[in-house]
Write a protein that binds this ligand. Structure first.
Ligand SMILES: *Cc1c(COP(=O)(O)O)cnc(C)c1O
Length: 422
């Protein structure tokens, strides 16, 4: 029997594939969770600054969503529905239109792909290719869009790309905002190769971009960069896909992360927190005129996860009927920012970046980020690293976290950072 501090992990080691990863950073066995807290089998409690990689924006087992889910199950509501019309789906769509799309002037059609972020990205890429009749896609350095072959082809990370085992084609990376530390003019390369018939760049169907690259190291695109990108796409008749799988659903403040730039993408992907309760669900949104799909052309068995439609609707009603969540997220993000700025001022080789409730503490010496996270775990805090060298401590606390919880977690991180940096 393999034991960590009296907890039995032997079945994971002998039966579960070596592909597992998060459990290596957090060597314990979790049993229950509530709000911003996760409890291990041995009774140890952890404040969760990871929130399911952004799938738990409203916290663990949010009581309001839980009650709606229990009621729905108790009355034998539809659980599995393919893409059949159901009451739960109708209620969700009406609420999504009333609270999210209409107030933002977004005239999108809604597609339910399979329930993961990668499913939504695949649908977006396929649709862009079908609409334009072109093959190639422009992606950005350090992008992350998922693990299936299409999504992987537009993802940057070389270790993950190598996992494909076949060539990943029809995607061309361009420098993300600030890739050259502000030295080279934005889009100089991109617009140049688009216009140069000798550049070797095939005319792309679409550009796919994250407004803040979460997995890529909390790289924040400036609103003016996003606007310039949207303009460039519009001028050249290239579709703009914003992958809002992690940064949507209020992570950066507004419901959609691109609202800050005042742009309207042609296609938007959502997953992670759209189901509200951590239940799998994804949406692909696109401008009405792009809806060229034939019936069943992009199919999937689990597109109708109706319990997720219920919790998704209640989450929208609860948190997106007014501006309170948006404002609170910006205020809490500011708290993290202040705390991180203090650390950056106190220690050499530490800097900070982020927007809303996605904030990164960046270490010039990459191994320090993992050390800080390991030390934080020992002190009862879950936080993960990101970035090409795992050099960033990335915070994604639940948006529903209290000020006291936030302060508690930040004090743990400050202490860990002080130890690691001195
Ligand atoms: C997590 C993520 C994905 C992939 O979602 P899965 O549900 O893991 O397939 C795609 N894009 C972004 C930006 C993500 O953060």
């Amino acid at each position: 029997m393999t034991v960590i501090d009296d907890i039995d992990v032997s079945v994971f080691n002998h039966l579960e594939s070596d592909v597992r990863s998060y459990c290596r950073s957090w060597p314990t066995v979790f049993g229950s969770a509530q709000g911003s807290w996760v409890r291990a089998e041995d009774g140890r409690e952890f404040l969760d600054f990871f929130a399911g990689a952004g799938a738990l924006n409203y916290g663990h087992n949010n009581p309001l969503l839980k009650q709606a889910l229990i009621d729905y199950i108790a009355q034998d509501g539809i659980t599995h529905g393919l893409d059949m019309s159901t009451v739960a789906k109708r209620d969700f769509l009406e609420t999504f239109e009333d609270l999210i799309l209409r107030p933002r002037g977004l005239d999108y059609k809604v597609q339910f792909p399979g329930p993961t972020g990668a499913n939504s990205v695949e649908a977006a890429l396929k649709l862009a290719r079908k609409v334009t009749g072109r093959e190639s896609i422009i992606n950005f350095t350090n992008a992350f869009h998922g693990m299936t072959l299409g999504a992987l082809s537009v993802t940057g990370n070389s270790m993950k790309r190598a996992g494909a085992g076949i060539p990943l084609v029809h995607a061309t990376p361009m420098p993300f905002d600030n890739y050259f530390d502000g030295v080279t003019e934005d889009f100089h390369w991109f617009s140049r190769v688009l216009d140069d018939s000798g550049s070797g760049l095939n005319r792309p169907a679409a550009v796919i971009v994250e407004t803040v690259q979460g997995e890529g190291g909390v790289n924040v695109a400036r609103p003016e960069w996003l606007r310039a990108l949207a303009d460039l796409c519009a001028e050249r008749d290239i579709l703009l896909i914003v992958d809002d799988v992690q940064m949507g659903c209020g992570r950066t403040g507004p419901f959609f992360s691109f609202e800050v730039a005042g742009i309207t993408p042609d296609i938007v992907t959502l997953s992670k927190s759209i189901g509200g309760y951590g239940l799998p669900m994804a949406l692909t949104l696109f401008k009405r005129e792009l809806d060229v799909w034939g019936p069943g052309e992009h199919n999937g068995t689990f597109r109708g996860n109706n319990p997720a439609f219920v919790t998704a609707r209640v989450a929208l009603e609860q948190y997106w009927s007014d501006n309170a969540m948006h404002q609170a997220t910006l205020a809490k993000g500011e708290r993290i920012r202040e705390s991180f700025s203090n650390m950056a001022d106190s220690f050499a080789g530490v800097s900070t970046r982020g927007r809303g409730l996605v904030q990164g503490l960046v270490f010039d010496q990459p191994d320090r980020a993992a050390k800080v996270c390991a030390m934080a775990f020992e002190s009862g805090l879950l936080a993960e690293t990101s970035g090409p060298s795992d050099e960033v401590v990335k915070l994604l606390p639940p948006l529903t976290i209290t000020d006291a919880e936030l302060a508690h977690g930040l004090s743990i991180l400050a202490e860990a950072t002080a130890k690691v940096c001195s």
